[in-house]
Design a protein around this ligand. Sequence first.
Ligand SMILES: CC(C)(COP(=O)(O)OP(=O)(O)OC[C@H]1O[C@@H](n2cnc3c(N)ncnc32)[C@H](O)[C@@H]1OP(=O)(O)O)[C@@H](O)C(=O)NCCC(=O)NCCS
Length: 138
Amino acid sequence: MPFIVAIEKKSFPQPWSYSLFLSEMSNRMASYFVALWQEKVIGYIGMWLVFEEAHITTFAIHPAYRGKGFGKRLFSYALQYALLHGCKEVLLEVRVSNVVAQNLYLGFGFRPVGRRRKYYSDGEDAILMKKDLTEGSV
Ligand SMILES: CC(C)(COP(=O)(O)OP(=O)(O)OC[C@H]1O[C@@H](n2cnc3c(N)ncnc32)[C@H](O)[C@@H]1OP(=O)(O)O)[C@@H](O)C(=O)NCCC(=O)NCCS
């Protein structure tokens, strides 16, 4: 968990705290996965599975390991997990300024379906993106 919190701090302007991650560990709807490289935690992704809907809660790769395909592999794993657990769609919010993440999501077939005004506590809007999950689509 300390590795995850360290990556979180390097990745987000308003990082989740250790205690928030800890509370997620006892959330029965939540699933979290880490990316391991040479026995080191270099990234993580979290999601909530609520009936037939998966919602990505957090996702980051350590800055030193970005741009090498780790994010895509981890994200793909999470989508496959959601599909295997009966989810029919995946939703997520992304900052309007976060073009890198948006590109990744577009590459997986996500599309923008809405905008959440001032979603982040610093006032930035979020784009709501969605993908329908079908066999062979992840
Ligand atoms: C978003 C993030 C997880 C991507 O992880 P990554 O390991 O760097 O991503 P990958 O190397 O697998 O690249 C996946 C795709 O992201 C996009 N991408 C990656 N680097 C990019 C860059 N510098 N500029 C534009 N797009 C980029 C591309 O679409 C790329 O696909 P391609 O290689 O087929 O072109 C990582 O940048 C990160 O941790 N960012 C900070 C936290 C964050 O923004 N999380 C998402 C919150 S919604």
